[in-house]
Write a protein that binds this ligand. Structure first.
Ligand SMILES: [Fe+2]
Length: 362
């Protein structure tokens, strides 16, 4: 399978991953004549979908968690948050099962480099972000050697880390453009509000609650709400800081488009040791595919290709299936192993330069 812009859907493409919108299945895996749905998908903010076509045969994309686990957890989280908004009580009885399932999926992963392909629209952000950040937190926690009970506490805190945003005015929370000083100070309150809300729920341990309070604190004491130094931050909070930043960058937001994986990874590296914990950043980066399988890339030898397979020892140099030249002309397909062809590099991915890529027909 491969990831394709909805504006490039063709009659020969078959949907390779089901598409959900607000927890509802809207297009099932195996759906044909996808091009008919292009405008509707665009209208609800879905820009890319996974398809099977002649170019993508045999390319496999392995996810960190199963699609069913993700969708169910998003739905349980939505229900729990909606109940909380209505009556200020948080019922963990059902959500705990969702948390259990995510932890079980993460413990089963054997792939070193996973991709996290949540095809969601920007307005689904709150719940998608919480679930994706939880997956990243768990990948880090697993690498740090946490046992299942610790992973469940980490997952609970990550899933609910932004619950304070329920009490923040949506007009300010999703404002397009820069926030003024007062607005930013107001948004910062979601940390304290979230912590206070979680304190009322006895099923949640203090270790999980503190994540809501401290996930915006930074190693160099420049974070909020308290500007605490690294030594006063529990490892859980430092893990969620990394997971939160990484997922925020790689998601579409109401005020900007998502970054590429490589751009977000470089940003995490730049923030290492000053803002974010170096060891925890390394633990995450080692486990995610920099150029995920199925993504389109432009190579320095003037070809366009699809990433077919990861090279575990060199994540920046995967195996690429070439399908066209960079003038947009299809070529007889062949593969380049970038670990062997060291003079060739990846210049960019499709989502980095959508204007230029819009000239291509595949
Ligand atoms: Fe937050």
């Amino acid at each position: 399978m491969r990831l394709v812009s909805v504006s490039k859907l063709k009659p020969d493409m078959v949907l390779a991953r089901s598409i959900y919108y607000r927890d509802c299945l809207i297009l099932k895996e195996g759906q044909t004549e996808l091009y008919r749905y292009a405008n509707r998908l665009k209208n609800i903010g879905i820009e890319y979908v996974y398809v099977e076509d002649a170019f993508s045969e045999g390319i496999e994309v392995s996810d960190a968690i199963r699609e069913g686990t993700r969708v169910a957890c998003k739905r349980l989280l939505r229900n729990a948050i909606e109940n909380f908004s209505n009556n200020s009580t948080l019922d963990m009885s059902e959500l705990s099962q969702g948390i259990n399932n995510i932890v079980d999926d993460i413990l089963k992963i054997t792939d070193v480099q996973v991709s996290l392909s949540d095809i969601c629209s920007a307005d689904d952000y709150t719940f998608s972000h919480s679930v994706s950040a939880t997956v990243y937190s768990l990948l880090i926690g697993k690498k740090m050697g946490y046992n299942k009970a610790m992973l469940e506490k980490l997952a609970t805190g990550t899933l609910l880390h932004d619950i304070g945003k329920v009490m923040i005015d949506k007009r300010i929370l999703c404002k397009q453009g820069k926030l003024n000083k007062e607005e930013f100070e107001y948004i910062k309150k979601h940390t304290l509000l979230g912590y206070e809300a979680l304190k009322k729920c006895r099923q949640i341990t203090e270790l999980s609650r503190v994540i809501a309070l401290h996930h915006h604190e930074r190693m160099d004491a420049t974070g909020y709400p308290y500007g605490l130094p690294a030594g006063e931050l529990h490892e859980f909070s430092r893990i969620v800081a990394v997971a939160d930043v990484y997922d925020a960058l790689t998601s579409n937001r109401c005020y900007r488009n998502k970054w590429t994986t490589v751009g977000a990874v470089n940003h995490l590296i730049e923030c290492s040791d000053t803002k974010l914990d170096t060891n925890l950043v390394a633990a995450l980066i080692q486990q995610i595919a920099i150029y995920p399988n199925g993504s389109m890339v432009h190579l320095s030898n003037n070809y366009i290709g699809i990433v077919r397979e990861q090279n575990r020892s060199m994540p920046f140099r995967p195996i690429v299936r070439v399908i066209a030249d960079d003038l947009g002309h299809e070529v007889k397909m062949f593969e380049i192993d970038l670990m062997k062809e060291l003079s060739i590099t990846i210049l960019e991915t499709e989502i980095e330069r959508s204007e230029k890529w819009s000239l291509f027909d595949f």
